[in-house]
Design a protein around this ligand. Structure first.
Ligand code: ATP
Ligand code: MG
Length: 558
């Protein structure tokens, strides 16, 4: 099997298959639980492909549940964007969109239940004191002076916390587990904290909000989730996840399985850091084509299939690793190689005048939309006396192996004739501004017999070319691990050349491009018509990826 079609190992998929085949459990329910405090990024795509993918594969369902327990940081715009991204990737959640806040009433009843059982108490320690009492990895914690309050007092205080009688931070509800537990997560974790904040779903109904730990597993249980698949940082929380399930009257018992999160080099995947890039206007919003967000990748020209393919290629394991971003580039490149129609586009135009071509003569060449795809039909390339070629395809004093245009040298204009450069016109500053060339009319569809002409370059008619803006994107960061060093601000590693804008000229077909249409600009790369520009009356193409495949090459070398 080729590298390309191989999907990497996925231990969770294997485990689920074994379970289903051996008759443990009839069907699976997974969930994807984003917090609506930012846009989804490529790391989330891995989690989405895993959770929705497993449900798809094994005939189960995957729930979309917003993990909305931090009202101050969450917003409706993020909820909308997250739903759009998941659907764009091609996944469907089972049932309605769910919110952890749907369960606030039940969670509160369960908190009261723990209090009645003597397994939770209201504490007056503030955050700093709590940290002091908690102990360290090597030292046990010590009990809070409020740990032995009576059930009645605890119930009364909890009720008053809920009613908003206390200030933020004045009290909290904690589980009463074990202040000496080797796993610090079990040293009386906080279940509820006071927040006088308005919540995007529940409005002003609550003055207290449950912690992540007190919410997550219980929400899973309430929804009948069978496998709660999360990233490795929750491994140490698993005993707590299980403690709640064991100590509450939950309707069923989901199981937590952890996997390694996706890390990509030259990229940051932390919503907090991505938000900083947005808030400081370093990028043009969450969906800037340089952002590793799903919406950014979409605007850049990635297809849903390429992102799903990439997630398949990287596999699912427990060992943390860093994935080479060229693998992501490879995934989109191989998709577009097969599926993007071709077009010619001159990035930095240099004028060519065909001296032996009549001024009003036009010849139209019909060429395939894609060399291997008859279904893409033919496109028309009109040729006229004056053309544009790329400045990079001409050199006045070329080195030996330069097979493009140079004074006295010949080159083939792609799909048409061979031309020879007879004269170079310069402006007063000495810059080359125009080339006078002659056409060899005996070279259409055949090579001359008396000489070899190796080079083929692309071109566009001056009369029919379409002016477009091309945005060439490069990595947002210059170094492989921008956030590795704790002492250096990751913003110091920004790549100053992550965006280059060219005023280019494309072949006539580009005038008809609609938002998100993708093309291979021959000899250059893959480009996508910007989602928004057309509405603003501009014709803008974003470079998705260049033609050169560094990753595939490295694989071959092995
Ligand atoms: P961030 O660290 O970027 O803020 P998060 O984990 O806080 O991300 P959530 O909204 O809580 O963001 O994530 C939703 C789901 O996506 C979680 O199950 C989480 O484990 C998973 N996830 C987040 N980042 C990655 C990643 N880099 N690779 C794989 N899964 C991820
Ligand atoms: Mg999180």
């Amino acid at each position: 099997m080729s590298q390309e079609s191989a999907s990497a190992a996925n231990f969770i998929r294997n485990q689920l298959r074994d379970e289903l085949e051996s008759g443990q459990g009839a069907s699976i329910v997974t969930r994807f639980p984003p917090e609506p405090n930012g846009f989804l990024h490529v790391g989330h795509a891995k989690s989405i492909c895993l959770n929705f993918g497993l449900a798809e594969q094994f005939g189960g369902v995957c729930h979309l549940r917003f993990d909305d327990t931090n009202p101050e940081k969450e917003e409706q715009v993020y909820i909308d964007a997250i739903k759009e991204d998941i659907q764009w990737l091609g996944f469907e959640w089972g049932g309605d969109v769910r919110f952890a806040s749907d369960y606030f009433d039940t969670l509160y009843e369960w908190a009261q239940h723990l209090v009645r059982e003597g397994k939770a108490y209201v504490d007056d320690l503030n955050a700093e004191q709590m940290r002091e009492y908690r102990g360290t990895l090597t030292e046990p914690g010590k009990p809070s002076p409020h740990r032995e309050r009576s059930v009645e007092e605890n119930l009364d205080l909890l009720d008053r916390m809920r009613k908003g009688e206390f200030a933020e931070g004045e009290k909290s509800l904690r589980a009463k587990i074990d202040m000496a537990a080797p796993n610090i997560n079990l040293r009386d974790p906080v279940l509820y904290r006071i927040r006088h904040a308005r919540h995007h779903q529940t409005g002003d109904a609550w003055k207290i909000y449950p912690s992540y730990d007190f919410t997550h597993g219980q929400s899973d249980a309430l929804e009948g989730v069978t496998h709660s698949i999360c990233t490795l940082e929750f491994e140490d929380h698993r005993p707590l996840y299980e403690w709640f399930l064991a100590n509450l009257p939950v309707p069923n018992t989901p199981r937590q399985i952890e996997f390694a999160r996706l890390n990509l080099n030259y990229t940051v995947t932390s919503k907090r850091k991505l938000k900083l890039l947005v808030d400081q206007n370093i990028v043009d919003g969450w969906d800037d084509p340089r952002m590793p967000t799903i919406s950014g990748m979409r605007r850049r020209g990635y297809t849903p299939a390429s992102i799903r393919k990439f997630c398949d290629m990287i596999g699912v394991a427990r060992a943390a690793s860093v994935v080479d971003i060229h693998m992501l580039y490879h995934a989109i490149r191989s998709d577009l190689e097969d599926n993007a129609p071709r077009a010619m586009c001159v990035m930095k135009p240099l004028k060519v005048v065909l001296t032996n071509w009549d001024a009003d003569r036009e010849e139209v060449f019909e060429v395939p939309g894609h060399p291997a795809r008859d279904d893409m039909g033919m496109r028309k390339l009109p040729m006229t006396k004056t053309l544009w070629i790329d400045q990079d395809d001409f050199m006045e004093e070329p080195p030996k192996k330069f097979f493009r245009l140079a004074p006295g040298k010949e080159v083939r204009l792609r799909n048409t004739y061979i031309i020879r450069c007879d004269e170079v016109i310069k402006n007063d500053a000495g810059d080359v501004v125009e080339l006078h060339c002659s056409v060899d009319y005996d070279t259409l569809g055949k090579n001359p017999e008396d000489r070899k002409v190796k080079g083929v370059i692309h071109w566009v008619s001056e009369t029919h070319g379409v002016p477009i803006e091309v945005r060439n994107y490069d990595n947002l960061f210059q170094v492989e691990s921008p956030d590795k060093d704790k002492d250096i601000d990751f913003l110091e590693h920004l790549n100053p050349d992550s965006l280059e804008v060219c005023q280019a000229i494309g072949e006539p077909a580009l005038a008809e491009a609609r938002a998100e249409d993708r093309f291979q600009f021959e000899r250059v790369g893959y480009f996508c018509a910007d989602r928004y520009a057309l509405d603003e009356g501009k014709r803008v193409f974003n470079r998705t990826v260049s033609l050169k495949d560094g990753w595939a090459k490295a694989q071959k070398k092995g």
